[in-house]
Design a protein around this ligand. Sequence first.
Ligand SMILES: N[C@@H](CCC(=O)N[C@@H](CS)C(=O)NCC(=O)O)C(=O)O
Length: 226
Amino acid sequence: MIEFYYWPTPNGHKVSVALEELGLPYETHAVNILRGEQAEPAFLAVNPNRKIPAIVDPEGPGGAPITLFESGAILVYLAEKAGRFWPADPRARHLVNQWLMFQVGNVGPMFGQCGHFKGYAPERIPYAIDRYTHETLRLYGVMDERLAEVEYLAGDYSIADMATWPWVRVRWFHEIDLSAFPRVERWYETIAARPAVQRGVALLADDEKIGDPSDETREAFFGRTS
Ligand SMILES: N[C@@H](CCC(=O)N[C@@H](CS)C(=O)NCC(=O)O)C(=O)O
């Protein structure tokens, strides 16, 4: 049984959705990142970078346990293990990898900073808001053009979509109106209708909203440096 270290955030949802899509059995370990549980020694042993998601699979490659952090690496591992959503054909697999890296290196960091400076920064910094808003809008544009050509980011539904969809789901946070990106909207709604995706985002759903962050949350989530 895969041990799943999780909190209901976009990066957490990438893996909860993938586990549900792949039908892999897992046990959830809630890591309340708003209370600083990511900095506790037991979790640091799993992810020294103190961020969710992470997994421990007692039945890793060669039958030996494996511990993994970084959502992109986890998605590749799970899809490879289950033999789905990560094509065997090299050309198709590189395309999935490309769009997965597009998410990991662009969508997550840029949408995240955009939402942070719009919603959570203690002071309003127009330069940061403008910079991340422009980049976020540009990335939605790239996805919209791509999704005019294909149904899913890499052609067929894959872990690249599972990585990207949870960030579009929280567009209230980076304040994007999907009607300006109709192909992304079509893609978003198609994936949202998948029962496995719905089960993935239902995991600990009651804990999802940050609301107005308390001082404790600011310290645990945004401010901690060690
Ligand atoms: N690049 C990492 C990012 C993970 C990440 O940023 N996780 C956030 C939640 S969405 C977290 O655990 N934050 C806690 C903290 O920064 O203290 C991944 O893709 O797994």
